[in-house]
Ligand binder design. Structure first.
Ligand SMILES: [Zn+2]
Length: 91
């Protein structure tokens, strides 16, 4: 991904990880979670990020309800990362 700022919390985002452990790299349209605020984001064509719109989220869940499980895991991982690096939800 390219270095950019989270559109929700403005923290600098410069890297992403594959929660499946397969070493996959992000592609346009993939979803991710901000490690700092757990907001659901979408990778853009230039591999920046934007906020996921509510209709997009609803359609995503409708198409594959397992996405909620994946997002839950990503949000837990983000929270653990915040604890590990000493950030609170307000940082
Ligand atoms: Zn954020």
């Amino acid at each position: 991904m390219k270095t950019c700022n989270c559109p929700r919390c403005a923290h600098k985002l410069s890297d992403s990880s594959d929660p499946t452990g397969q070493g996959l790299r992000p592609a346009a349209g993939d979803i991710t979670v901000c490690v700092f605020c757990s907001t659901v984001l979408v990778f853009t064509e230039d591999l920046g990020v934007r906020l996921m719109l509510r209709p997009e989220f609803e359609q995503l869940v409708k198409d594959d309800p397992r996405v909620l499980e994946h997002l839950g895991r990503a949000m837990i991982a983000a929270r653990l990362m915040r604890i590990k690096i000493g950030l609170t939800n307000r940082n």
